[in-house]
Design a protein around this ligand. Sequence first.
Ligand code: 4NP
Length: 159
Amino acid sequence: MSDTRTSVLFVCLGNICRSPLAEGVFLHLAQQRGVNDRFDVDSCGTGGWHAGERPDPRSLAVAEKHGVSLPGHARKYAPGADNALDWLIPMDTSNRDDLIEGGAPRERVHLLRSFDPRLKDMPERSLDVPDPYYGAPGGFDEVYGMIHRACEGMLDALA
Ligand code: 4NP
């Protein structure tokens, strides 16, 4: 990793639904803006049950619908290496608390939706990206929209 690149790690629970989508959408938008070479982007889960798996088929489907590819396989959060990254971006407050408990520096941990300008004055509890894993299929479209708006805001803030 070169010093000039900013490392971004998106974090959820299983690393098969929300954080792979955030990783893919962020990269896609960064490519559209011509700034993708400024970032090293990855995702992980605080739980390891799905380690090694490709994203959930419902995440793959909603991503494909928007022309976004999801390149990775699930992996578990590794505090030793991951806490050294520049930006740690949890999908919800529970993921955020797990990162802080794992020793992640608070000043580099930011809820994804805190970057959505429409939610600027919202209380923290309304910033969660809800876990769509056990929900209805439409949940993935809703989550995609939340992630897309927040990643645009993140790029406005970082790039
Ligand atoms: P994710 O969703 O955290 O958005 O990847 C989940 C996927 C799997 C499980 C929980 C959440 N699970 O319990 O297996």
